[in-house]
Design a protein around this ligand. Structure first.
Ligand code: 5AD
Ligand code: SF4
Length: 444
């Protein structure tokens, strides 16, 4: 079959899409770039907020219309929304043929066989253990994701993920290292270790390394850059900070979601740390890791958030000086404790606070970027604009960096002098295109 996969949501979904594509190819199917050319379309969905759910509804509506108009099309819903009653209702409404939860993506073969044999539809919502040891082929790209654990054992009251992705399961270390080695051998220059909460890797299992130990082992595989996401302040221990400081190829970039600067809100969110503890971690990171960039996730307008609570979030931003942040208005997700127990606040209040926070954040990001003017950063250039004049990449600290494209004859790692900046982008010139071979890391 000619198959096309549409991916919404986080990097975990991107990784799962890569796995499902390789499963489809292994099953004799062809991946096509455009949905219009496909006989099978899988939508890998996200359920974390209301907006991504609306996106799925409108996509499935279009596909249903095309099917009604006579197009021969098989449609599947995968990912987080598929695991929820909410998603299953949507799937029924739009007559989706295949429904696979995030723990059941490798059931795609059974699904296609069942439809072939005449079944009307196929559904699998189990959490399969074969996903732990499955090693998808290395991506044909300069960067790649590697999932080290699935699921989440925290129970933040706003979050649907523990329901959609189940309890935490850590992959065996041998399987992770084998995947990292395959990526290195395929020329991948940057690897992003993924998990809902990577810091609690191995905590539940006897005899497997901690996250800090795993990070060191992966660093020693020799891929020029190693990053990881996402972290939880509760499990962000000093030994992790030490590995980041000591291993040259572990990037000086840390995403540490705080969600709110107010202890009262943190308590209602059931986050297991308080503002002071969070700030202690930030101080330790800034003291130990040179030139570190710290980013965060924030939810604005959580039920019951007062103006005073919000002011605490603004002041936390000032204390940390986040270089980057993902900022969201609270979205009440059916089935989460906060949606059941608390009253949502007016949308206008949430949007107004979000806008204020975005304005403040822009200022900190701009000030932080300005400090890099005149300095050299190492950039993994991944793309030359086709119509524009720039080549684009990311620094070791995850800044977006643009250089004139005529300075770039090949993609890969380059040293760039920063010349001017905006709040979200750095502009510079290549100071010497070097080899992308692994020893570069040791030399830099
Ligand atoms: N509403 C708004 N944002 C949310 N997030 C998770 N659940 C919700 C929700 N119900 C945000 C958190 C999390 C990020 C991935 O999405 O900030 O860290
Ligand atoms: Fe969305 Fe969370 Fe699922 Fe990722 S894990 S796709 S962010 S709901």
């Amino acid at each position: 079959m000619r198959a096309h996969v549409i991916t919404h949501g986080c990097q975990m979904n991107e990784y799962d899409t890569h796995t499902i594509r390789s499963e489809l190819v292994a099953g004799g199917h062809h991946i096509v770039e455009h949905a219009d050319d496909a006989e099978l379309i899988l939508v890998n969905t996200c359920a974390v907020r209301g907006k991504p759910v609306e996106k799925v509804v409108s996509l499935l509506g279009e596909f249903r219309k095309e099917k009604q108009a006579g197009r021969d099309l098989t449609v599947g819903m995968m990912g987080c929304l598929a695991q929820l009653e909410e998603g299953q209702e949507i799937a029924r409404k739009f007559a989706v043929d295949i429904l696979l939860g995030p723990g059941a993506i490798t059931d795609i073969h059974d699904a296609l066989n069942a439809l072939e044999a005449g079944r009307e539809s196929y559904e699998s919502l189990r959490f399969k253990s074969d996903l732990d040891t499955l090693i998808p082929p290395a991506p044909d790209a300069l960067t790649g994701f590697l999932t080290i654990m699935r699921g989440c054992d925290h129970h933040c009251t706003y979050c649907i993920v523990p329901t959609t992705r189940g309890p935490e399961v850590s992959r065996p270390v041998e399987s992770i290292l084998a995947e990292a080695e395959a990526m290195r051998d395929a020329g991948v220059q940057e690897i992003m270790l993924l998990g809902q909460n990577v810091n609690s890797y191995g905590l539940k299992d006897e005899g497997i390394p901690s996250f800090a130990e795993l990070l060191r082992l992966v660093a020693q595989v020799g891929i020029p850059r190693v990053k990881f996401t996402t972290s939880h302040p509760m499990n962000f221990t000093s030994d992790i900070i030490d590995v980041i400081a000591e291993e040259p190829n572990v990037c000086n970039f840390i995403h540490l979601p705080v969600q709110s600067g107010s202890d009262r809100v943190l308590r209602r969110m059931a986050r297991e740390y308080r503002r002071d503890r969070y700030l202690d971690i930030i101080r330790e990171i800034r003291a130990k890791v040179q030139d570190v960039v710290i980013s965060t996730d924030i939810i604005v307008g959580f039920p019951g958030e007062t103006e005073e609570d919000f002011t605490q979030t603004l002041s936390l931003f000032e204390e940390v000086g986040y270089e980057h942040a993902f900022m969201f208005a609270y979205s009440a997700r059916p089935g989460t404790p906060s949606a059941e127990r608390f009253e949502d606040m007016p949308r206008e209040v949430k949007i107004e606070r979000l806008q204020r926070l975005i304005d403040v954040q822009k200022r900190y990001a701009f000030e932080a970027n300005q400090r890099w003017i005149g300095r050299e950063v190492r950039v993994l250039i991944r793309e030359r604009q086709e119509n524009g004049e720039f080549a684009m990449g990311h620094s070791d600290q995850n800044h977006t960096v643009l250089v004139p494209k005529d300075q770039v004859t090949r993609l890969g790692l380059h040293h760039v002098r920063v010349e001017h900046v905006t709040p979200h982008t750095m502009y510079g010139s290549v100071v010497g295109a070097r080899t992308t071979a692994v020893p570069l890391v040791m030399a830099s």
